[in-house]
Design a protein around this ligand. Structure first.
Ligand code: ATP
Ligand code: MG
Length: 467
């Protein structure tokens, strides 16, 4: 076995990293470590939560790694609530004062099947061996209050130098579990770290194996990747990697728009729009696909100018197709669909138009649409279009409508179908026609949104119809 030497806290200080004596982990995690140690086992906080401490980022999940076997861990926490979901892989989740902490036995992963999961997991007595199965050096740090930071693979140095580097031989590690490629791109995008050369070469060499990874695992990492600050750099540099599971992106790369409104090719522009959108998955997915159909619908006129009639509709269909294949949830797909469908529309700062859009999109999604349009406008490097000139005014007006609670949909109309039926004004299918007429009248400012005014308006329109 390899030499077990490792960097302790004191060496870290010498390297110029500013280190407090103790890592500030939640008490619940420290309690778990202490309990395991009191029972005679080794235990460390491991992986993401230690990394995030040094990056001054909040962790959402905490992992503890231990020499105790799962049954032994269970026995140590017999007076706590414990979930055994991952017991096959040595994981017991202890719930302590509401915090879920995954406690996993030191593990050596056996041979990998299908480039995605180990066929057999062997428990180990060695914390070093456990760190060797972890993906990147920055994710292979251990900590407990007695030993300080245990850094077998130079992870602290890599955090300092902002580098993503595989633990062990990159090509082997990506061939074992190819999702690690996407994790590398995700960490690079989110943390702004560079991917070390050998790791990068291995990514390009093994990328085709991403075809074997399940859609769900890909989608989770891909959404996180898209929400990183350095997403533009990642999209640009790794388009051929992403093209393995979304080949629909590839025609955009280098596609000349032949249009005075656009300085950049479609993919360059797209990467900028993604970057300029707020880091919310559905928005960034919409940005990624908003112009994806341009290469499919391009028409070049006699003057050599490119036109893209129908690209929003076609892009929407393409996005829905891809997101269904990647098994995204229905809510996300629904939002992406509407955002792409309307992204190129000019929204005038006029209340009726805005209220109708609020009804179709929801107020929140309409605000997202402005964010997408603004990002789009900022990423052209060419002339401002008519659409772009109205974004600010329409957004302000939308916020005014929301703040004033003005009616824009059936839900906020001050009358219900039943009221119209009770007043003898309609029955059956007529009701929805009359309701629609009243909503239109309210939206167009022809009648106030109160019950009596609406009943009077409905009666008047009924009489008009009869005459
Ligand atoms: P996040 O901030 O998303 O939680 P994370 O690195 O903590 O990032 P987790 O999925 O919580 O990711 O995994 C916890 C730890 O388990 C990682 O830090 C890493 O050490 C290890 N790990 C996770 N996925 C893999 C993988 N596919 N291959 C090898 N090690 C992995
Ligand atoms: Mg984590």
């Amino acid at each position: 076995m390899k030499d077990k030497s490792f960097n302790l806290l004191c060496q870290v200080e010498r390297d110029g990293l500013i280190m407090p004596e103790l890592i500030n982990l939640p008490n619940e995690v420290l309690t778990i470590i202490k309990r395991l140690e009191s029972a005679g086992y080794e235990a460390y906080a491991a992986g993401g939560c230690v990394r995030d401490y040094f990056l001054q980022r909040n962790s959402d999940d905490f992992d503890v790694t231990t020499s105790a076997k799962p049954e032994e861990t269970r026995a140590v926490f017999k007076d706590y609530r414990v979930i055994e979901t991952g017991i096959k892989h040595g994981t017991v989740t202890a719930i302590i004062r509401g915090l879920k902490v995954e406690v996993t036995t030191y593990r050596i992963d056996g041979l990998y099947e299908d480039n995605r999961r180990p066929s057999k997991v062997t428990y180990s007595k060695s914390s070093y061996e456990d760190t060797c199965r972890r993906d990147f050096t920055i994710n292979a740090l251990l900590y407990n209050p007695k030993t300080g930071v245990v850094d077998y693979h130079g992870g602290l140095e890599d955090i300092k130098n902002k580098v993503i580097k595989c633990v062990g031989e990159p090509e082997n590690r990506f061939s074992e579990d190819t999702l690690r490629i996407l994790r590398a791109l995700r960490f690079s995008s989110v943390l702004g770290f560079q991917i070390e050369d050998k790791t990068k070469q291995a990514i390009f060499k093994t990328k085709i194996l991403l075809k074997k990874i399940s859609a769900e695992r890909i989608a989770t990492e891909f959404s996180k990747l898209l929400c990183g600050n350095s997403v533009r750099e990642i999209l640009t540099e790794y388009i051929t990697v992403l093209g393995v599971f979304i080949p629909e992106l590839l025609p955009m790369n280098g596609f000349n728009q032949l249009n005075p409104y656009h300085k950049y090719d479609v993919f360059d522009h797209t990467a900028r729009v993604v970057e300029n959108c707020p880091p919310v998955a559905h928005l960034r997915l919409a940005a990624l696909f908003h112009d994806s159909a341009k290469p499919l619908v391009q028409r070049v006129d006699k003057k050599g100018i490119g036109h893209y009639k129908g690209h929003a509709e076609a892009g929407m269909q393409l996005a829905v197709h891809v997101l269904n294949r990647l098994k995204y949830d229905k809510a996300t797909i629904g939002k992406v669909k509407l955002l792409i469908q309307y992204h190129d529309d000019t929204i005038l700062p006029e209340k009726p138009m805005i209220k109708r859009l609020m009804a179709i999109l929801t107020p929140e999604l309409l605000l997202d649409l402005y964010a997408l349009q603004r990002a789009d406008a900022a990423s052209k490097g060419g002339k401002k279009s008519r659409r772009d000139r109205f974004i600010g005014a329409s957004e302000s007006l939308t916020k005014e409508i929301i703040a004033a609670g003005e009616c824009y949909s059936f839900d906020c109309l001050a009358i219900k179908g039943g009221d119209l039926i009770n007043a003898g004004l309609c029955e059956g299918p007529e009701t929805s026609r009359l309701m629609k007429l009243l909503l239109d009248a309210v939206i167009d400012g022809k009648v106030e949104n109160n019950k009596n005014a609406l009943l009077d308006y409905a009666k008047a329109s009924d009489e008009k119809n009869e005459n």
